[in-house]
Design a protein around this ligand. Structure first.
Ligand SMILES: [Mg+2]
Length: 233
């Protein structure tokens, strides 16, 4: 049976926001006779808020925190733990201080299950600032550069860009690709960040490297996902 894997932010919902209600009805119905897996950097509460209890409970499996916490039909079945040490903490503090982005807010580090979410702007920023930072970062590539630095200089950890303002940091190898340890066979994968440094990249890369039967849908937004599902699957 074909396995369908979906990223959430930017793929099923606008980043950090709720799913479109018409798309929610369509998707709730679409998942019924299929093997559907959700893979996101967010935690359970945020995901339920975004896609609703119905979809969250009825897909085959939900991989929170990039697969570091796994839920199957509302039951917790796996959890990894991860904390950053002082060396990486100091490096990231320097990035906050030296960031050329001018408007700084609190909550730069958010401890999640199996990963730490880091942003130079701070998660307490407004939605308006979040959108502005995102546009600024597309030009300035701050997040990409931080990830590149971490990935080259710290052999035990790994970082990737996700959502609009932050990066996820976790134990090396404990990225979204780890879900493929459980999901065997053909995979159709929908994600919005499959480029190098993006949080969907490791999963896409592993599918290609393993030469398993797969199809990648690199989408720009949830509407594109919806269109593809209507037309193709
Ligand atoms: Mg995404």
């Amino acid at each position: 049976m074909t396995n369908y894997i979906f990223d959430i932010d930017g793929t099923l919902t606008p980043s950090r926001m709720k799913i479109n209600s018409n798309f929610e009805s369509f998707f709730s119905n679409w998942i019924k006779d299929k093997q559907v897996y959700l893979v996101t950097g967010s935690d359970k509460d945020k995901t339920v808020e975004q896609i609703g209890e119905n979809i969250w409970s009825n897909v085959t499996c939900v991989y929170q925190s990039c697969g570091n916490q796994v839920w199957k039909n509302t039951k917790l079945i796996k959890e990894n733990s991860f904390f950053i040490d002082s060396r990486i903490k100091n490096t990231l503090d320097t990035y906050i201080e030296k960031s050329e982005w001018k408007f700084k807010f609190d909550n730069n580090f958010e401890q999640r299950v199996g990963l730490v979410n880091f942003s130079t702007i701070g998660r307490n920023c407004t939605q308006e600032m979040r959108d502005k930072y995102y546009k600024w970062d597309l030009k300035n590539r701050e997040r990409e550069k931080i990830c590149e630095f971490i990935n080259t200089n710290f052999s035990n950890i790994e970082a990737s860009v996700g959502g609009q303002i932050s990066i996820d940091i976790y134990e090396r190898g404990k990225n979204k690709a780890q879900v493929l340890d459980d999901i065997l066979g053909e995979v159709i994968f929908f994600g919005d960040r499959m480029e190098i440094g993006g949080n969907d990249y490791p999963l896409a890369k592993r599918l290609i490297q393993e030469k398993r039967k797969h199809k990648l849908h690199k989408v720009k937004n949830p509407y594109e996902t919806w269109e593809i599902l209507k037309k193709k699957y």
